[in-house]
Each structure stands twice: as C-alpha cells, then as structure tokens.
Design a protein around this ligand. Structure first.
Ligand SMILES: Nc1ncnc2c1ncn2[C@@H]1O[C@H](COP(=O)(O)OP(=O)(O)OP(=O)(O)O)[C@@H](O)[C@H]1O
Ligand SMILES: [Mg+2]
Length: 96
C-alpha cells in the first residue's frame, strides 16, 4: 500500500446472482484517492458507479451480490476483511 493514498481500490470485481445466471457487473476496477483529495467517477448509466461505491462501504445488496475479487484498502486497512463492528466504526467515521 502506498501511504500517500487514503483509499486504494484494485482489481475490484463484483457479481450478481440473477435469474439469467451469475453476472459480473464490475470487472477489474481500480483507483487511488489521495488524502484530502476529491475523486469523481464518471461513466454511462449502468457502468457500475453506484455498485462500486456501495461495495467499498460493504453495502452491496445481499445475498444476491458480492465482491469476488480485488482489494479495498482504506487507511491501509483491508475493508472486506473487517468485522461488522469494525466496518460500522469506519462508516461512522471513527477510525481507531
Ligand atoms: N440487484 C441487481 N441485480 C442484478 N444486477 C444489478 C443489480 N443492481 C445493479 N445491477 C447491475 O449492475 C450494473 C451497475 O449498476 P450501477 O447501479 O452501479 O450503475 P451506475 O453506473 O451507478 O448507473 P447510473 O448512472 O444509472 O446510476 C448495471 O449493469 C446493473 O444492471
Ligand atoms: Mg448510480
């Protein structure tokens, strides 16, 4: 992890279970955000902006969707690996 970044997302892949089978809605997204910086994500409707943001906060609709690959580091912490309680603290803006 590069300490210059507060948020470091790499190779993020998100899948949904649908009636038509398993669908990969986000395939290999990555970006870095420097501390104190603002990042805008632009793209056509349905390209995965909302799903990407929800996945970072671990708010993807369950059980139909999930992160299947990739890494999300926030302040050096691997968000997908945190406990529910730790994640709630992050969402509340309370980093240990
Ligand atoms: N519950 C779901 N089941 C199946 N596919 C879904 C579900 N929610 C979102 N998707 C799919 O995931 C993809 C990304 O959707 P997302 O809502 O992230 O797009 P977006 O870039 O935010 O679009 P918009 O600009 O319209 O807000 C889309 O192809 C969408 O159809
Ligand atoms: Mg959206």
């Amino acid at each position: 992890m590069n300490p210059a970044y507060i948020l470091d997302v790499s190779r993020l892949c998100i899948e949904f279970d649908t009636e038509a089978g398993r669908v990969r809605a986000v395939d290999g997204v990555g970006f870095q955000l420097g501390k104190g910086r603002t990042l805008g994500i632009a793209g056509e409707s349905g390209c995965g902006k909302t799903i990407t943001a929800l996945s970072i906060m671990r708010l993807l609709p369950r059980p139909v969707s999930r992160i299947v690959q990739g890494r999300v580091l926030f302040q050096g912490r691997d968000l997908p690996a945190l406990s529910k309680q730790e994640m709630q603290q992050i969402r509340a803006g309370k980093s240990p």
